[in-house]
Design a protein around this ligand. Structure first.
Ligand SMILES: [Zn+2]
Length: 340
């Protein structure tokens, strides 16, 4: 009772339950977030630290211990709260915007719940496919709480994949017959099957997010856009000013302090544009206010960028550079020839 045992990377105490371990994961996360928060780095670096330092450390204990899905969701909410603050976006910003993989704007962040489900399904499939028959038949249960069951999810994914086999390869649009190749479930090996099941789980999670986004009024408006998707990489985020990231995210999810939003949030009496009598939506303010157009405001915005560029180019062009002497090559006479 005094000294818990660690075996194969897992802690066992006298209660033989994972309660204390779940508590340990929770405090590890809290401590990690606090440590990152205390570092005097800019917000974007803090987000990077979470994604590349804290999250990988949490994944192993999350896969190993019996932790209910609802607890993981609770942990994710804590993480999202910090991420929003670090990226400079309001608390009302949807988590779909942070973790979505098919959004118009995709951030390089992973959802803890999705990674947890991914890891748990890998565990289920690994045990199921084990070479050792005694492990296969031991009936090891991967418990994940009442809300979501890993074994059921794997079963469903397998059924979906088998059904895909029956449907076969379909050509989309103007694709020629047989131009696309997919791996068939029936002919796939163990490794491939594991990957396919995991991909299915990820796809199901993304589908869930998408369904929620469509149901959202303002913050899901991007689902109707026809523009191409944009993936933000860490390299992009490094080069952006903090305010630019915040503006970009707010503009995609319609959270900018525009007249229509201020009215919706109860901070202003009317939703009218400051210049004309039309409702001041994002589209109106950013590109289609007729008054702003006749005043030449949009052109001014455009021209100021050109002005800036022209200034820089002109300065470079007229800069006086010290003239460099052409470098001559010092030839050495061939002594042998001289002797001859
Ligand atoms: Zn207007």
């Amino acid at each position: 009772m005094d000294s818990p045992i660690k075996c194969l990377g897992k802690w066992f105490d006298s209660s033989l339950s994972d309660k204390a371990n779940v508590e340990r994961i929770r405090s590890q996360l809290q401590e990690g977030l606090k440590q990152i928060d205390k570092s005097a780095l800019p917000g974007k670096f803090k987000a990077w630290l979470f994604q590349n330092a804290l999250l990988p450390r949490l994944m192993w204990p999350l896969m190993l211990y019996e932790i209910p899905t609802s607890s993981v969701e609770c942990l994710e909410r804590k993480i999202s709260k910090h991420l929003r603050r670090w990226l400079g976006i309001p608390p009302s910003f949807t988590s779909i915007g942070l973790y979505g993989r098919s959004n118009q704007l995709q951030l390089p962040l992973s959802s803890l719940v999705e990674e947890f489900k991914y890891a748990k399904t890998r565990l289920v499939v690994t045990l199921k496919q084990s070479q050792d028959s005694s492990i296969r038949n031991a009936g090891i249960e991967t418990r994940t709480g009442r809300k979501w069951s890993a074994s059921q999810e794997v079963e469903q994914a397998e059924k979906r994949l088998q059904q895909k086999d029956i449907v076969g390869i379909t050509a989309v649009g103007r694709q020629g017959l047989g131009s696309s190749k997919i791996t068939l479930w029936s002919s796939a090996g163990n490794m491939e099957r594991r990957r396919m099941v995991q991909d299915e789980v990820r796809a199901a999670e993304e589908e869930d997010r998408r369904a929620k986004a469509v149901a959202m009024g303002a913050q899901g408006a991007w689902t109707k856009w026809t523009t191409t998707e944009r993936k933000l990489t860490w390299a992009d985020i490094w080069s952006y000013e903090p305010l630019r990231i915040a503006f970009l995210l707010r503009s995609v999810y319609d959270l900018l302090p525009l007249a229509s939003n201020l009215h919706r949030w109860g901070l202003q009496d009317h939703p009218k544009c400051q210049l004309c009598d039309t409702t001041g939506t994002m589209e109106h303010i950013l590109s289609s206010c007729t008054t702003a157009l006749t005043h030449g405001r949009y052109r001014w915005r455009h021209d100021s960028v050109l002005q800036e560029l022209a200034d820089k180019l002109e300065r470079e062009r007229t800069k006086k550079r010290p003239r460099q002497k052409p470098q001559m090559i010092q030839f050495v006479k061939d002594k042998r020839r001289l002797k001859n």
